[in-house]
Design a protein around this ligand. Structure first.
Ligand SMILES: [Zn+2]
Ligand SMILES: [Zn+2]
Length: 389
């Protein structure tokens, strides 16, 4: 057994206590005063060589130097929670009504803190490890904010690695693929202004709900009829709001949703067809319908060579039989995509066991996964920044 294994096992109770503190204090997007100061305090206790705060607004960057010169690689975790109420009765359940860590970013931050502790103690590498704690992964593209603030250029980062927990994958397993692994994630909004009136006089109105109905159905034909069937994606309309009363045709209606796909050309087709449909419905239904299409996050594309490095490091932790190098891509989104556009690297999934799914109120990060994630981080640094003798 590698000596780090025993050390990490010894550290797990402390890392778990960090994870649970973070779980109790979920904060959202860039607004992370408690979270980032708690993580900064732990990094100071650990004794990293340098700590930079307020990078990309509320992000943190810790620098750990190895025992010799060499390149710099970055490891990235995210810190933010979600606007979901947590029903859990656990003693470490969220103390903030309407907010919870339902995506496991508490676990991601705790594992990277654990890696900071191990790497600072062992320094069994030659070069520099840059640990990135990022805000606003959940719809705020905090990764881009940190890049814009110079996180990759300032610290001379040559490769970037990310990790996300994965429910339904057993604890102690890792998975990834080379190439597209997570989807381009776009949000769209449709605001429809019709002409309201008495429900008994539809002929004197322009019913925005009739327009909603046509748009809802026509959008699904983008996926089935316009996008290449083996390169398509999904469109989910997740919110429709209009009207109050049984006897009133409403004046306005509002729709929201998300479009996801693994190919940028498909993304272009989806946006173009949405515009054509919404404009067409405006003309044919006598309403004013406006589409706002917000390209949040590009396709997350693992680089071929670095995906292999990541899988090799995971194999050192759990053995080849527990690393799936050819996982199917998923239609979740990750703003880590922006970092992989700037530098070679890869994101890997770590098994979260039989938990509820990500973003579900019953979800919880599985503390049993902590040592695997921490050791993966230590391994990837040691493998990519070997001490040459
Ligand atoms: Zn999430
Ligand atoms: Zn997440």
């Amino acid at each position: 057994m590698h000596p780090t294994n025993n050390r990490i096992a010894d550290l797990v109770p402390e890392i778990r206590s960090w994870r649970r503190w973070l779980h109790q204090h979920p904060e959202m997007l860039f607004d992370l005063p408690k979270t980032s100061s708690y993580i900064a305090e732990r990094l100071k206790e650990i004794g990293v060589d340098a700590l930079h705060e307020n990078v990309g607004r509320s992000g943190l960057v810790a620098v750990i130097k190895g025992t010799g010169d060499g390149p710099t690689i970055a490891l990235r975790a995210d810190m933010d929670g979600l606007p979901i109420h947590e029903p859990s009765q656990a003693d470490y359940a969220s103390k903030t009504p309407g907010a919870m860590h339902a995506c496991g970013h508490d676990g991601h931050s705790a594992m990277l803190l654990g890696a900071a502790k191990v790497l600072t103690e062992t320094r069994n590498f030659s070069g520099t490890a840059v640990l990135i704690f990022q805000p606003a992964e959940e719809g705020g593209v905090g990764a881009k904010a940190m890049i814009d603030d110079g996180v990759l250029d300032t610290f001379g980062v040559s490769e970037v690695y990310g990790m996300h927990n994965m429910p339904s994958m057993p604890v102690g397993q890792f998975g990834l693929c080379a190439g597209p692994i997570l989807a381009a994630t776009d949000f769209f909004y449709i605001d429809i202004e019709g002409k309201g009136g008495h429900a008994s006089q539809p002929h004197l109105c322009a019913d925005p709900l009739a327009a909603v109905n046509v748009i809802y159905n026509a959008f699904q034909t983008i996926i089935t009829r316009n996008a290449n069937p083996i390169r398509n994606g999904l469109i989910s309309i997740t919110s429709i709001q209009a009207g109050e009363a049984n006897n009133v045709i409403p004046q306005t209606a509002h729709m929201k949703g998300t479009a996801r796909n693994l190919y940028e050309d498909t993304r272009d087709i989806i946006e173009r067809r949405m515009r054509e449909i919404v404009d067409g419905v405006s003309q044919t239904h006598g309403v004013r319908a406006k589409l706002t299409y917000d390209r949040l996050c590009p396709v997350t594309i693992n680089h071929e060579v670095e995906a292999d490095y990541a899988a090799d490091a995971a194999e050192r932790v759990v053995g080849a039989e527990n690393v799936d190098r050819h996982q199917p891509a998923r239609l979740g989104g990750e703003d880590f995509a922006y970092m992989l556009r700037e530098r070679p690297g890869a994101i890997i999934f770590v098994g979260n066991g039989d938990s509820a799914g990500l973003h579900h109120p019953d979800y919880d990060f599985n503390d049993d996964a902590l040592p695997y994630g921490v050791e993966y981080w230590a391994r990837i640094v040691e493998e990519r920044l070997p001490i040459r003798t």
